[in-house]
Write a protein that binds this ligand. Structure first.
Ligand SMILES: Nc1nc2c(c(=O)[nH]1)N[C@H]1C(S)=C(S)[C@@H](COP(=O)(O)O)O[C@H]1N2
Ligand SMILES: [Mo]
Length: 312
């Protein structure tokens, strides 16, 4: 029996109400506190702990930074709902204690507490472009550390060929998990070579603060030359393996969402063009760039992969 899989990505923009029109920030703080009772105040929107780090200017985005309010209230996070206004709901995701297991084909598998990572990893700020496959984009000042720094601690074995990212799946706080036709948990992955690329970034903060839960707090991934769905949020496990993973969206709709998902303006999504993108905050339309403008850093990764579907 064919199953109709509803996708929030098909919801027309007109049905998405900007969250600041629905409720004010103060109210959001109150709600967060009400849900959590004695939970740390840092969980509530707008009260995230500061996380200062030096900006690395090697990665100039060439665009204005998106307003913090826009980047923290217009989100994709299907565990909380298949629409953009999940930021209030996402405040229920406890940010502490939080651990990330790094295991599989590594010399020293380890479970890292988030505080360990915040204190031992080389934190820096990078202003990266984010291009969603839905043809919108933002520019966010992320705080984090290169994935290679983390992998350096666990030491991948020579047999490891892929890195798999697994997102938290907590039914008591994530209403989206009740949509049982989705293949939870959210899984994503990349090759070892992509993981080792200097742009591959583990994100623990944004806008000078710890990462908000709706953006994937306390820790997420980001590869700015790929469509945003490759960037798993609120990660709990990273596995090194010799088998290419089938990711969440690829499992649902392989014709539309593949393993590589590199940004390319000339390769349309089956249902829309990727030639241009809508800038969140200004609604300006700008041309999309090959590899989202990061070709100098990453184009080499894809030579000799002629048979692979690199762009979707
Ligand atoms: N766990 C999880 N990670 C996810 C998603 C999701 O639904 N669940 N959505 C992805 C998509 S489609 C995009 S565009 C980015 C959005 O990140 P942002 O909300 O911080 O802008 O997160 C990605 N990571
Ligand atoms: Mo996306």
């Amino acid at each position: 029996m064919p199953i109709r899989i509803p996708r929030g990505w098909e919801i027309p923009e007109s049905r998405v109400t900007p969250e600041h029109l629905v409720f004010g920030r103060r109210k959001a703080i109150g709600l967060g506190a009400a849900i959590f009772g004695a939970a740390p105040a840092a969980l509530a929107q707008g009260t995230l702990a500061p996380l200062p780090a030096m900006r690395n200017t090697r990665y100039a985005p060439g665009r204005d930074i998106t307003a913090e309010r826009e980047a923290t209230t217009f989100n994709n996070f299907y565990e909380f709902g298949s629409h953009k206004t999940i930021s209030r709901e996402a405040q229920r995701l406890p940010q502490r204690p939080w651990t990330v297991k790094v295991e599989g084909m590594v010399e020293t598998p380890r479970e890292f507490g988030i505080e360990d990572l915040l204190t031992t990893m080389p934190l820096e700020e990078r202003v990266y472009r984010l291009r969603c496959v839905e043809a919108w984009s933002m520019v966010v000042p992320w705080t984090g550390f290169p994935l290679s720094a983390l992998l350096g601690v666990v030491k991948p074995l020579a047999s490891a060929r892929y890195v798999v990212f697994e997102t938290a799946a907590i039914p008591s706080v994530m209403p989206g998990l009740r949509q049982s036709w989705y293949p939870w948990p959210y899984i994503e992955g990349c090759t070892i070579a992509e993981a080792a690329n200097e742009l591959s970034f583990m994100v623990v903060g944004a806008y000078g603060k710890q990462l908000a839960p709706q953006n994937g707090g306390p820790i997420r991934f980001h590869q700015p030359w790929k469509y945003g769905f490759k960037a798993g949020k609120s990660l709990v496990r990273i596995t090194l393996t010799d088998r290419r993973p089938v990711s969440f969206w690829e499992r649902i709709q392989p014709q539309e969402y593949g393993f590589w998902a590199n940004v390319n303006p000339e390769v349309s999504h089956p249902r829309w063009s990727q030639a241009s993108e809508r800038v969140i905050g200004t609604n300006e339309r700008i041309p999309t760039r090959l590899f989202n403008g990061y070709g100098d850093f990453v184009a080499d990764l894809y030579t000799g992969l002629g048979n692979e579907r690199l762009w979707a």
